[in-house]
Ligand binder design. Structure first.
Ligand code: NDP
Length: 288
């Protein structure tokens, strides 16, 4: 069975739109997200446009502050400091990656944790580890929501996460492990030995390594649930742009053994934006 992330994300956006309308009808101003884009990376610009469109669709205010690629770390930190103290701003998102003269971690740590709707601030990551309320990073939150809304039983199951990044692998590991969610979790990375054997033991596979078609049919236990986070470009002359996007999973073959599987595109990707909107609405509510 296909887990349709596009459809589920659309349902979540519609719920957020209704909640935002209700929030405003109670006399509150609409939630507001400030998006900061540094430089002219086309992929980042496209992600930011997608986020702005989704905000508009849900009644959430948003502006993109576009800064030149030569922006200094200090200039960016000064801007963050202004946004932190601006009472009209509920959420701050700095689109990553940043140009090399700027230290990502320093910038993320400068965002007020109560406005850190990307959930990357050490305080919010700490809250995820401790199972306390805070902002959960959008992609891991989207993965958990896909599992829940698809009726996947997680408690006591063996979950294997491929990839140990700070933005996907590590938060997902912690969310799956949470009391009440109760998976038994293994995390794999580039130094893992006998990785295919580890993955074969999984009831739930979360693939987030950025290697096209890495998870093959022989690695997947029949009936396993497969969530594909990867977004990889592969050459495709039949497409006007010369490439297409594929996941970390060899979807065409794995689909016949998995009980549930997400496609790429149309799986985890749309959920990431939906969860960002959810965090922005929550930020406005918590502030009030
Ligand atoms: P990173 O590059 O930060 O991390 C990749 C991880 O995969 C690392 O832990 C690395 O191991 C591991 N890895 C790489 N190659 C192998 C290998 N051959 N065998 C085992 N492990 C390996 O990636 P991200 O977490 O940022 O992103 C992962 C993928 O998810 C990318 O394709 C990205 O585009 C996509 N993504 C999608 C999002 C969405 O909204 N759908 C959002 C965010 C990311 P090690 O630590 O040892 O180097």
């Amino acid at each position: 069975m296909l887990i349709d992330g596009k459809q589920i994300a659309s349902e979540i956006r519609s719920e957020i739109r209704d909640e935002t309308t209700q929030w405003v009808s109670e006399g509150n101003r609409p939630p507001y997200l400030a998006v900061v884009l540094v430089g002219d990376d086309p992929a980042s610009a496209s992600y930011v446009r997608g986020k702005a469109r989704a905000c508009q669709e849900c009644g959430i205010g948003s502006d993109t502050i576009a800064l030149d690629s030569s922006t200094s770390e200090k200039e960016l930190l000064d801007l963050i400091s202004k946004l932190n103290t601006d009472s009209e701003v509920d959420g701050i998102l700095v689109q990553l990656p940043l140009p090399s003269q700027i230290d990502d971690q320093k910038v993320i740590s400068a965002i007020d944790p109560s406005k850190d709707v990307d959930g990357f601030h050490p305080v919010n990551i700490g809250n995820v580890v401790l199972g306390r309320p805070g902002f959960t990073p959008a992609t891991p939150a989207g993965i958990m929501e896909l599992l829940r809304r698809s009726g996947v039983e997680i408690s006591g199951k063996n979950a294997v996460v491929l990839g140990r990044s700070n933005i996907v692998g590590k938060p997902v590991l912690n969310l799956l492990l949470q009391k009440g969610t109760d998976a038994t979790v293994t995390i794999c990375h580039s130094r893992t030995r006998n990785l295919p054997d580890v993955v074969r033991n999984a009831d739930i596979i979360i693939a987030a390594i950025g290697r096209a078609h890495f998870v093959t049919k022989d690695m997947v236990k029949p009936g396993a649930v497969v969530i594909d986070v990867g977004i990889n470009r592969i050459d495709d002359d039949s497409r006007e742009r010369g490439y297409r996007l594929v996941g970390d999973v060899d979807f065409d073959n794995v689909v016949s053994v998995a009980s549930k599987i997400t496609p790429v595109p149309g799986g985890v990707g749309p959920m990431t934006i939906a969860m960002l909107l959810r965090n922005t609405l929550d930020a406005a509510r918590r502030k009030a």
